[in-house]
Design a binder for this molecule. Structure first.
Ligand code: ADP
Ligand code: AMP
Length: 221
């Protein structure tokens, strides 16, 4: 475990860039809680909460969930004990948040702006191949791929043994809409965070991406 990593980290990149994959690797090396807003929303849908039911209407068509819903969700979550460093200050690894400029403002307004932003840069044809072939664990959120990361037992999560699913938004129509939402609403964050941002070549193998991210994180720590 490293103690020299930045406290508040953001993983930025298009859907399918490899944020969840790199996050799973990072938590094995750093003492930090991984917060995936996509996983949080899917858990809310599964639990049948009001937020989940509302979010589903946006997620199914590849649109972003409204900012006020997302900000309330993340503000509540980062206040929990597992998002605090030993000295009580906020410590977390955000994956999928912020996705808009107002969401970034909401972090700043709460004094929770990032110390480091890791931007995974991936070519668009690679992204589409990754998303169409992704298989996801609804239990622990671990991402698999029909070609690039097969589970040990076909269709079963290596970590929690839950049956893997092909997410309904990992189909051609919603993928196109999610990429449009990324280009229109999320990509401007690259410029917004230029002072804290480290760009990583996300086209590489998962182990090479993780290696580069670990170097970047320790330099920023
Ligand atoms: P994101 O969280 O950014 O949406 P994921 O981490 O879920 O992306 O990755 C999308 C898909 O691509 C998954 O199927 C994952 O197994 C696969 N993948 C992730 N990183 C790589 C990589 N470096 N090389 C090949 N496949 C990858
Ligand atoms: P992900 O698992 O990160 O690919 O997110 C899946 C879907 O959840 C997105 O396509 C959005 O509909 C929704 N979502 C996740 N995070 C956010 C966010 N920060 N803002 C708005 N919508 C989000």
């Amino acid at each position: 475990m490293s103690s020299s990593s930045p406290n508040r980290m953001i993983l930025l990149g298009a859907p399918g860039a490899g944020k969840g994959t790199v996050a799973k690797g990072l938590v094995d090396h750093l003492q930090v809680t991984h917060l995936s807003t996509g996983d949080m929303l899917r858990a809310a849908i599964k639990a049948g909460t009001e937020v989940g039911m509302l979010a589903k209407t946006f997620m199914d068509r590849g649109a972003l969930v409204p900012d006020d819903v997302m900000v309330a969700l993340i503000a509540e979550r980062v206040g929990q004990d597992d998002c605090k460093a030993a000295d009580g200050s906020a410590k977390f690894l955000l994956d999928g948040f912020p996705r808009t400029l107002p969401q970034a403002d909401a972090l700043d307004d709460r004094g929770l702006g990032p110390d480091a932003v890791i931007y995974l840069k991936v070519d668009v044809d690679v992204i589409v191949e990754r998303l169409t072939g992704r298989r996801s664990c609804p239990g622990c959120g671990a991402p698999y791929h029909v070609t690039f990361r097969r589970p040990k037992v076909d269709g079963i999560c290596d970590i929690c043994e839950t049956a893997l699913v092909h997410r309904s938004d990992d189909q051609e129509g919603p993928i196109r809409k999610r990429l449009d939402a990324y280009n229109g609403q999320t990509a401007p964050l690259v410029d917004r965070y230029r002072a804290q941002l480290v760009a990583i070549d996300g086209n590489q193998s998962p182990s090479d991406v993780l290696k580069d991210v670990l170097v970047a994180v320790s330099a920023a720590g």
